[in-house]
Design a protein around this ligand. Structure first.
Ligand SMILES: Cc1cc2nc3c(=O)[nH]c(=O)nc-3n(C[C@H](O)[C@H](O)[C@H](O)COP(=O)(O)OP(=O)(O)OC[C@H]3O[C@@H](n4cnc5c(N)ncnc54)[C@H](O)[C@@H]3O)c2cc1C
Length: 454
């Protein structure tokens, strides 16, 4: 195979990295280092033609093709596949009249920084180091989601290479089936090379987090449940049970302790936001009160997600409701006295604009869910064996209120069971049909939809 791969190397503007070469190790290291990628080779694409060359070459030589940008969502090893790395597709242009065009390698912070001088804001997620394309193709649930909805609903156009090796421009009018599928279907129908999407006018936010002591967890969670149910759509909020390790960058009051974070982002007037947050501020005495007026481009501080690669395990569910009994059940299994091995157990409130249908229909389901649950454990030796079984205990505790669904972006996973949770049956059937139509040989392994035949 390696002499055949040399043929591909000559066809590329970008580079081909083979196992054993230094660049191969760099390109295959993702954010979650618990998953070690072992593709047959990595194409570091310099332009969309490189992506098309890689897909065509794979088709000719019986290989599958996978894609990676930042590695934040790595869920499988890509064993034996050709991995297209999009990191060098780094075009990022913000238009003052409210939209952006980015290459598939761009991370959110770059868009936030380019949009800020225009008073514009991009609908990124909690961690601005995540890739724009991987996030948006999975829906995209961000810290201002209840005001502005899903990132995927703001997409105007996508350029992608389908499994037949053709580079296509996809809009609501041009290739409507692909346009439907790529917004929610992740990489099921093609490898995206560029994306165009609308921005919103939001120069600042009243936002941040209140951190409370673990001893106040029950009071804070119950107050949060009551309070979040009353919020207008200018407010987006989540609550997290945290056990952050004593590492550099973790504030002293939180390091090595069980704490509770209430995240809050208010897109309206600051004074009004303060008034809305007041009952939550008064729930207990915060260890840290970090809710303030911030430039929108600083919204990564709301969740303060980790930025360095680490070995993690995630599990996720969607909840249809959150009665007081659900809070008690959550505390029993992951509260301060439960011996939980998770670093984060988080509930995000959905609803508001997230519950509305997209102006252009898309493959993103589950808009009627009320809350999203995620557990994140870091697989350090002291707890590595306990994290996954405990995450199942958390899921079991909340099962009476779970919808059975999951958001495509959260709790990365592959396989039929995961697919059935990510998509309703009609959506999955249509996604599979569209994927097969544009990839008859089953070359793509770029998404979570099982169209692969190799
Ligand atoms: C710290 C952290 C915080 C997060 N916060 C949020 C959040 O607030 N909201 C949210 O919705 N999600 C969140 N996520 C999940 C994240 O959106 C997904 O993992 C997303 O897939 C990451 O995309 P990536 O390109 O950065 O990662 P990668 O691992 O490079 O890609 C992950 C997947 O995205 C798809 N993909 C990537 N590039 C392409 C492409 N060019 N063409 C087609 N498909 C592609 C593929 O299916 C690929 O397997 C978070 C993840 C992390 C690790």
């Amino acid at each position: 195979m390696s002499s055949t791969l040399e043929v591909l190397r000559r066809r590329l503007t970008g580079t081909l990295a083979l196992p054993g070469e230094p660049r191969y190790a760099q390109l295959t290291t993702g954010f979650n280092v618990a998953v070690v990628a072992t593709p047959a080779a990595v194409v570091e694409a310099r332009d969309p033609q490189d992506v098309a060359e890689a897909v065509r070459f794979a088709g000719e030589n019986g290989l599958a093709v996978a894609v990676q940008a930042t590695g934040h969502g790595i869920a499988e090893t890509f064993d034996g596949a050709l991995l297209v790395h999009t990191g060098r597709l780094d075009e990022c242009v913000v238009h003052a009249d409210g939209w952006a065009r980015v290459g598939a390698g761009v991370r959110w912070q770059q868009v936030l920084d380019a949009a800020a001088p225009h008073g514009l804001a991009a609908l990124c997620g909690s961690a601005p180091g995540v890739g724009v394309v991987g996030y948006t193709t999975g829906g995209g649930l961000g810290p201002v989601g209840r005001t502005y909805g899903w990132a995927s609903d703001r997409v105007r156009a996508v350029e992608l290479v389908t499994g037949d090796g053709v580079l296509r421009r996809v809009t609501a009018e041009q290739e409507p089936d692909l346009f439907w599928a790529v917004r929610g279907g992740k990489g099921a129908v093609g490898i995206v090379t560029a994306m165009e999407f609308d921005l919103v006018r939001q120069p600042t936010l009243y936002a941040g987090a209140l951190y409370f002591a673990g001893a106040d967890a029950a009071t804070v969670l119950h107050r949060w449940r009551d309070w979040s149910a009353t919020l207008p759509r200018e407010a987006t909020t989540s609550v997290a049970l945290l056990q952050l390790p004593p590492l550099p960058g973790v504030p002293e009051p939180l390091a090595g302790k069980f704490t509770v974070a209430v995240r809050f982002a208010w897109t309206g007037d600051d004074q009004e936001g303060q008034a809305v947050l007041a009952p939550m501020r008064a729930a207990a005495t915060p260890l840290i009160d970090a809710v303030q007026t911030i430039p929108y481009a600083a919204l990564g501080m709301i969740h303060a997600d980790p930025v360095d690669p680490m070995p993690v395990h995630e599990a996720t569910d969607l909840l249809r409701e959150l009665p007081a009994e659900a809070i008690d059940a959550l505390l029993a299994v992951s509260g301060p006295d439960a011996g939980s091995p998770q670093v984060i157990v988080e509930l995000r409130q959905l609803g508001g604009a997230l519950a509305e249908p997209a102006a252009q229909p898309s493959a993103l389901d589950h808009r009627d869910a009320a809350y999203s649950l995620i557990t994140i454990g870091v697989l350090v030796p002291s707890v590595a064996g306990a994290v996954a079984p405990h995450s199942e205990q958390v899921r079991a505790a909340l099962k009476p209120w779970a919808t059975g669904g999951a958001l495509p972006n959260l709790g990365a996973g592959t396989g039929a069971e995961r697919l059935a949770r990510s998509y309703d049956a009609p959506t999955l059937a249509r996604l599979t049909e569209v994927a097969r139509r544009f990839d008859p040989a089953g070359v793509l392994r770029a998404g979570q939809v099982p169209v692969r035949t190799r």
